[in-house]
Design a binder for this molecule. Structure first.
Ligand code: 5GP
Length: 220
């Protein structure tokens, strides 16, 4: 019998039984506040990694290549896509965005939970291709709040901002395909709820079978 303590708590612990990390997909319309919530989640909850997407969109002031995104040319993106390097990809607000397959697969197989911050099309692709996905939709409290947030952050040109607002309703309509909804009316409350979702998913019985077996083995 193993002398390791059962359920020592670290979600990244490799219990030898091929523990697989949890794949979280988080979507919201642009300005929905998912970036802030995800940053808070990563600070507050250990053992969660973040998948840095590839994009053909230009970088905004303050964004760092390799941290916020891998900023690439359309040719580079197409090469990666042609070689099957993306787990999912989509055209969003006129730019290409994609999730690198190798990074996600490696993280999951090493037992890390991983977050994909992707749009509703990407979320649908991941749900269709991956066997186990936990999806969360971040709801802005209203269109007016969304518009005010997007306008205040001043990261888009006016026509780009209008395009994002026009696309927002269609994105919000996709909420029904997600496992969880988090209303981002107050950032502290919404961040705590997101962290609770991660905790609850980690505690699901099917993900804790190895813990239960280890405990059971002590009852010889
Ligand atoms: P932004 O340009 O504001 O950073 O992102 C625009 C939209 O693209 C957001 O909804 C964001 O979640 C989404 N996005 C970012 N990375 C990816 C990705 O790898 N795949 C997909 N499908 N969407 C992404």
């Amino acid at each position: 019998m193993s002398e390791e303590r059962a359920g020592s708590g670290s979600p990244t612990e490799k219990p030898g039984g091929g523990y697989h990390g949890i794949l979280f997909v988080i979507s919201s319309p642009s300005g929905g506040g998912k970036g802030t919530l995800i940053r808070r989640l990563l600070e507050a909850v250990p053992g969660v990694s973040y998948s840095v997407s590839w994009t053909t969109r230009g970088s905004r002031p303050g964004e760092i290549d390799g941290v916020n995104y891998h900023f690439v040319s359309t040719d580079e993106f197409e090469r990666m896509r042609a070689s099957g390097g993306f787990l999912e990809w989509a055209v969003v607000h006129g730019h290409l965005y994609g999730t690198a397959r190798s990074v996600v697969e490696q993280d999951l197989s090493e037992g890390h939970d991983i977050i994909l911050e992707i749009d509703v099309q990407g979320a649908a692709s991941v749900r269709a291709t991956m066997s186990s996905v936990v999806s969360v939709f971040i709801l802005p409290p209203s269109f007016e709040v969304l518009r005010a947030r997007l306008t205040a952050r001043m990261t888009e040109r006016p026509e780009e901002l209008e395009l994002r607002l026009r696309n927002a309703r269609g994105e919000v309509e996709q909420y029904r395909h997600f496992d969880y909804l988090v209303l981002n009316d107050e950032v502290g409350r919404a961040a705590a709820q997101l962290a609770s979702i991660v905790s609850a998913e980690r505690a699901r019985r099917e993900r804790q079978e190895w813990v239960a077996r280890r405990v059971l083995a002590t009852f010889t």
